[in-house]
Design a protein around this ligand. Structure first.
Ligand SMILES: [Cu+2]
Length: 161
């Protein structure tokens, strides 16, 4: 027991921080809305996770896909390509921002942003790529999502100082 107790304490103290988490992004087709922007969505369209956490994409069925947007990935990361999968887990091991689109509905603004750890790693490159790669309808949304990621850098800097 003497040996087990310190180990147990260590587990209790360490496990919440160490345990990798999974956040869910649902792909939605809302047939009841007349608003095209609301019809095809990732919900939520902004997810902030720690390095090593995962995102579970749900509902990549029918014509929905989840693809990373060219240039909106940290350097050296393999592109994300999900289709025809009801549930698909992706683990994120590199910090930075990841732009995601549905290949079919991004023209209706179906885009999302995943922030892994520190967004400052590639946020400027991602913003430039978004201007080139994201549809007109998705552009405002994506720039707002990038603004939100940038604000999180500033608030963290303020907290640290
Ligand atoms: Cu779609």
């Amino acid at each position: 027991m003497k040996k087990i107790l310190p180990l147990l304490c260590l587990l209790l103290v360490c496990s919440p921080a160490v345990r990798a988490e999974t956040q869910v992004i649902k792909q939605v087709f809302d047939i009841k809305t007349a608003d095209l922007d609301a019809m095809y969505q990732f919900i939520p369209d902004y997810v902030a996770i720690d390095v090593g956490d995962s995102v579970r994409f749900e509902g990549t069925v029918g014509s929905h896909t989840a693809h990373s947007i060219q240039g909106m990935l940290p350097e050296g990361v393999e592109p994300i390509t999900i289709s025809y999968q009801n549930v698909s887990d992706i683990k994120f091991d590199k910090p930075g921002v990841y732009g995601i689109k549905c290949k079919v509905h991004h023209r209706y603004g179906m885009v999302a942003l995943i922030v892994v750890g520190d967004p400052s790693v590639n946020i400027e490159e991602a913003r430039a790529a978004a201007l080139k790669r994201v549809s007109r309808r998705g552009q405002d949304k994506m720039q707002r999502l990038l603004d939100r990621a940038e604000a999180s850098i500033q608030s963290k800097a303020n907290n640290d100082s």
